[in-house]
Ligand binder design. Structure first.
Ligand SMILES: Cc1cc2nc3c(=O)[nH]c(=O)nc-3n(C[C@H](O)[C@H](O)[C@H](O)COP(=O)(O)OP(=O)(O)OC[C@H]3O[C@@H](n4cnc5c(N)ncnc54)[C@H](O)[C@@H]3O)c2cc1C
Length: 412
């Protein structure tokens, strides 16, 4: 339809103000809010749903991928490790990382990566308590829908929830929406992932006296004839399992609804087929948000590529391994977190500035926590409205991160 209407201008109440507004309470948003609050910022975290954790909890993606390089060395530290421990504080659902948490047998660490599986509901509640204890204000059911800008900076984030529409005055904003929603709304340069997303539909089911996780749509690696193959060849795993022809961008409202409906139907068929031989098979929890891997990202001061594997990065804010294979280590560049157009806006999580090739590495839980911690620490350093992320003292940011347990460089 090409019809349109004009919305009347309206006066909005400014209902709150904060130093740091975190938009999105997934893993990146949780880490960002923790870091900013610990560095003395007054933090508001705005979350569309009514629980924390995003994909990792409401999406039932409950495998905390590795903090190591697959060769026996831990490379990811700080809040990423703290959250892993929190996620299994009551006990792991599977893969308790004994060699990393209770021992130091190198051979065992090489054999078993620093990975675990957690209960999503307990983790969401534990994370909520941690943020509240740090004095973070959590606004659930609240969607960031617009921003108000002055002089290239965001002065207010406009939000909608049950109370209607209101404005929150901010010093800086961390976009942890996963889809770079705030970047898009604020006019920052963004880019879409070229391959988009395939269908996935993870759920927990009960069978034979046990609750199990069904990773329905396990991995989504676009077939690439030039890809270097290793033992963990994920090519086509997902497209074969669900629907090869259905791909979606992840930031189109109508298309997302279609993807969710399609995923529900496929999940239902999967359950029906299991019930044919196992009448006890019932779903106990299904993912309640769309499962989106790579959608839209900021175009940052730097766009990091996969060829930075094991390279020294001067402005590193922390490291990640590669969940898909043993060996690679990436020092994540500070410049991947912010762009040039909106000076007090920084990103974290699955919408930082990386190439399509590196995106599949940086979108998973540990690097989302690494970038969240860095963005939150940086945001707390924005002390007045004239500071911006591009001009931040990176050496001071790195010192703060190191003091908080982050190791910035490989072998460092
Ligand atoms: C099928 C699938 C399987 C995966 N498997 C694994 C795995 O096994 N292990 C692993 O480590 N990773 C896995 N991942 C990736 C990983 O789970 C996510 O990429 C990661 O958790 C993303 O964290 P995030 O905080 O960046 O974003 P998200 O988890 O997407 O969080 C974004 C949050 O922002 C909120 N939000 C969005 N827009 C707005 C707005 N405008 N206003 C307010 N709130 C908003 C959302 O509700 C959400 O809570 C998988 C992903 C998928 C889709």
């Amino acid at each position: 339809m090409s019809q349109h209407i004009y919305e009347p201008e309206r006066k909005l109440s400014v209902t709150a103000s904060c130093d740091v507004l975190v938009a999105g309470g997934g893993i990146a948003g949780i880490a960002a809010a923790i870091a900013a609050a610990r560095h003395g910022a007054n933090v508001i975290l705005m979350e569309r749903e009514y629980a924390l954790g995003g994909m990792a909890t409401l999406g039932l993606v409950t495998i905390y991928l590795p903090l190591d390089d697959g060769e026996g060395n831990q490379v990811t530290f700080g809040i990423a490790e703290e959250l892993l421990k929190l996620s299994i504080a009551h006990g792991a659902e599977a893969n308790y990382p004994t060699a990393w948490l209770d021992g130091d047998d190198r051979a065992e660490r090489i054999k078993n990566r620093y990975i675990t599986q957690f209960n999503p509901h307990l983790f969401a509640i534990r994370a909520e308590k941690l943020l509240l204890d740090l004095g973070v204000t959590i606004l659930y059911g609240t969607l960031a829908v617009s921003v108000h800008k002055r002089g290239g900076k965001i002065t207010h984030v406009i939000a909608e929830n049950k109370s209607g529409r209101s404005a929150i005055a901010v010093k800086s904003v961390i976009d942890c929406t996963g889809d770079a929603d705030i970047c898009h709304l604020a006019g920052a340069e963004t880019a879409a992932h070229h391959g988009g997303n395939g269908l996935a539909s993870w759920y927990y089911y009960f069978s034979h006296g046990k609750v199990n996780l069904k990773m329905f749509g396990l991995a989504d690696v676009i077939p690439d004839e030039n890809a270097v193959k290793d033992d963990t060849d994920y090519d086509n795993v997902m497209v074969e399992a669900l629907d090869k022809n259905f791909r979606f961008s992840g930031f189109d409202g109508e298309e997302l609804s279609r993807a969710v409906i399609e995923a529900h139907q496929k999940m239902f068929a999967d359950i029906e087929s299991a019930r044919a031989t196992d009448p006890e098979y019932v779903p106990v929890t299904i993912s309640s948000i769309p499962l989106v891997r790579m959608s839209r990202r900021i175009v940052g001061a730097a766009t990091q590529d996969i060829d930075t594997d094991r390279q020294h990065v001067a402005d590193s804010i922390g490291m990640t391994g590669d969940w898909r294979k043993r060996g690679p280590v990436f020092e994540i560049e500070y410049g991947t977190l912010f762009g040039s157009k909106v000076k007090n806006l920084i990103t974290a999580g699955r919408c930082i500035s990386v190439t399509d090739a590196l995106w599949d590495v940086t979108r998973v839980i540990p690097p989302c926590a690494v970038t969240g911690q860095a963005a939150g620490t940086a945001a707390a350093m924005i002390s007045d409205f004239s500071d911006d992320f591009a001009g931040l003292d990176v050496a001071e940011l790195q010192r703060n991160l190191e003091n908080d347990g982050v190791i910035l460089h490989n072998g460092g």
